[in-house]
Design a protein around this ligand. Sequence first.
Ligand code: PEP
Ligand code: MN
Length: 348
Amino acid sequence: MIVLLDRNAPEGAAQQVVAAASRLGLPSRRLGGDWGRQAVEVEEPVPPRALRILRSLPHVEEILRAPSSYPLAASEAEETRPVRVGDVEVGGRELVLMAGPCAVESEEQVEEAARVAAREGASFLRGGAYKPRTRPGDFQGVGPEGLRWLRAAADRHGLLVVTEALDEAGCIEVAEWADVVQIGARTMQATSLLKAAARVGRPVLLKRAMSATVEEWLSAAEYLLEGGAPGVILCERGSRSFETATRFSLDVGALAAAKLRTHLPVIADPSHAAGRRALVLPLARAALAAGADGLLVEAHPDPACARCDGPQALLLDDLSALAQDMAKVGAAVGRSFSSRRSRLAVGG
Ligand code: PEP
Ligand code: MN
């Protein structure tokens, strides 16, 4: 980014811009060359608050920025712009919890998950009726009836539904039953799927692919916004790394970097990153401390019998400890987390 001063700026005004950038933690340098006026180059990314401060310095006339490859997803002057789903805001002061099993298995299973998730403060019920499995012989999901079970259980407990669509026809079907269409890590860059998801009139939860850069992730979000999606929620779920003690490496750096580059809310999925139940809460706390707007977690009434991702599923009883962590870590970073029941009570 290049900051240009007006032609009347006294010698030394550029140094003041450099000093202000340095106070904001941004590397910068006075540019030589033929700008016809004093010019300072400031290293990107420049967070919105810093941009406002630099713009307001004496003699700053113009700021030049390289065109973004994701202009709709990029944050200009604003902080996170919350995405509204029903009565819930994702990306506001209040942290959001989305919880439920990896895969929908039975009506009873989603009912039990929804009951406890709602009790512990979740606002969304998650669970895949269609599962993107690595091996074709593995359980692929129960299909259409799973969507009905999710919707019914969520409605009984005042929850919203987020569930994955795997293909273009699936986007239309999922949008009939769910409040948010999930695009998974394996299909983050399937551009015809992104275009189809953008058309169905529901906000989209976009997982970060396991080896996508932040730039690629935000460019995928750009497909959704350009295609007309009424909102996009980003979800960091861990990258592939050399480490085998975790299933994936939760990338809190990418999460924090994304928060600086986009106005879209960013949540974290500590379950798929952890791969093991014991690691889910520590990773959840790390993500919240790094600025996540909420969490997507897997929880199952009987993880030992789960047809998918049992080892990483929290027991439903663990959700209460998770909720307490969300309130505590949230308070430390200027956010809050209160139970949905009490929000419903307040709101009537
Ligand atoms: C999921 O959340 O159900 C899922 C399949 O996650 P991911 O796409 O991140 O692997
Ligand atoms: Mn899973």
